[in-house]
Design a protein around this ligand. Structure first.
Ligand SMILES: Cc1ncc(COP(=O)(O)O)c(C=O)c1O
Length: 387
């Protein structure tokens, strides 16, 4: 069988592959990126399954519209209006099968082979994978502690056929970093001069446990703004519900066509159930509980790093989300450290797959949302002795 170049050039997910080894019972794993399962509102969702079926019957089981269940889109529009002051309506929203699908659809709609994508370096692995299917050229821009490096951004935007910039402005995956207010404005000022789209992928924004919420970089201001959201990190990832917000009607029309070709529509059963859940429960209170949970876990990891990591290891201090990013300044390669760590039954993700242009890197991603504070301390202690 002869396969397409497109698929042959797309790496399978490094993380999903290493999870096969790191998921063993006796391994303390900071490798995954899973929400803590105790945060899933299972009883309330069960009640919503019953309630939604009682109210809507066969409609939960029938084919449905590509754009998504209207009351759910109206709920999202009202929320982004209220919380972020965005002037949007339900028509500016399309429900996707997780925000992961949004990434793939955007690639299909905007990228011809060889077109440019500007991406954070390091960046979200799943986005690199989804976009790679469209055979682009990636232009990596260093992600600094307060956001993209501006000089590199300006240079990247001058490369041929750059179609969009992909960012995760809040509690980024993999670094946990958040763009500062000043950097957001500076980035906006640069992007506004170019004919490019800006993707702000924000699945973690609500999970802030420190500091003040910040305005988006381009959403509500840039004509070609694409904002992505998801229920994966605040309700459940298994129901696969995300969404695209854009006021660009032409872009929305093309995304809808791409989605028709891909899956006709997102699981309508899930859409009814999640809408029922949102309409009948105190979502804000629910999210507050997740924030408290993750803050404790993040504190436990940072305290243990302070106690057990040598001085040559630097790490980020996230204000929310699920990840800490560590950098080893002693010339060690993360993949070597990973192999040693696995011998001690502790796992993390070596930084390599998060870069589009580097290998043999000295960085690692640590997830803190899936272990108790005691286990986190023990895992970081073991890792500290290896480092
Ligand atoms: C930055 C980012 N975008 C998108 C996704 C995909 O999330 P989902 O498809 O579950 O909405 C993730 C998942 O980890 C992520 O970290």
């Amino acid at each position: 069988m002869q396969y397409s170049e497109r698929i042959l050039n797309t790496p399978s997910s490094f993380i999903r592959n290493i999870l096969k080894v790191t998921d063993a019972e006796d391994v303390i794993s900071f490798a995954g990126g899973l929400p803590n399962p105790i945060s899933f509102p299972i009883d309330a969702l069960k009640a919503s399954v019953d309630h939604a079926i009682r109210e809507n019957g066969s409609r939960l089981f029938q084919y449905s519209s590509t754009q998504g269940y209207a009351p759910l889109r109206e709920y999202i529009a009202a929320k982004y209006k209220r919380v972020h002051g965005l002037d949007i309506s339900a028509d500016d929203i399309l429900i996707t099968t997780g925000s992961q699908q949004a990434l793939e659809l955007i690639g299909k709609v905007l990228i011809n082979k060889g077109d440019g994508i500007v991406i954070e370096e390091p960046g979200y692995l799943g986005a690199i994978q989804a976009f790679t299917l469209s055979e682009p050229n990636f232009y990596g821009v260093t992600l600094e502690n307060d956001g993209l490096n501006l000089e590199e951004l300006e240079n990247a935007l001058q490369q041929p056929n750059v179609k969009f910039i992909y960012t995760v402005p809040n509690f980024q995956n993999p670094t946990g970093l958040t763009y500062s207010k000043e950097k957001r404005q500076q980035i906006y000022d640069i992007i506004a001069k170019y004919d490019v789209a800006l993707i702000e992928d924000d699945p973690y924004g609500e999970l802030r446990f420190q500091g003040e919420p910040l305005p988006y970089i381009g959403a509500g201001k840039l004509e070609n703004s694409i904002l992505l959201g998801s229920f994966s990190k605040t309700v459940t990832p298994g129901m696969r519900l995300g969404f695209i917000i854009t006021k660009n009607k032409e872009l929305m029309k093309h995304i809808e066509t791409a989605k028709q070709a891909t899956d006709l529509h997102t699981n309508i059963f899930s859409q009814y159930v999640i809408y029922d859940y949102l309409a009948n429960n105190d979502y804000t209170e629910h999210v507050k509980k997740i924030i408290t949970l993750y803050k404790n876990q993040s504190d436990a990891m940072l305290d243990a790093m302070q106690e057990f990591f040598p001085a040559h290891v630097e790490y980020t201090r996230p204000e929310g989300g699920m990840f800490i990013w560590a950098t080893m300044n002693n010339g060690a390669a993360a993949l070597d450290v990973f192999n040693k760590a696995m011998e001690q039954k502790v796992a993390f993700v070596p930084g390599d797959p998060f870069y589009t242009s580097k290998t043999g890197v000295n960085t690692m991603r640590l997830n803190y949302t899936n272990a108790t504070p005691e286990i986190i301390r023990e895992g970081i202690k073991r890792l500290g002795s290896i480092l």
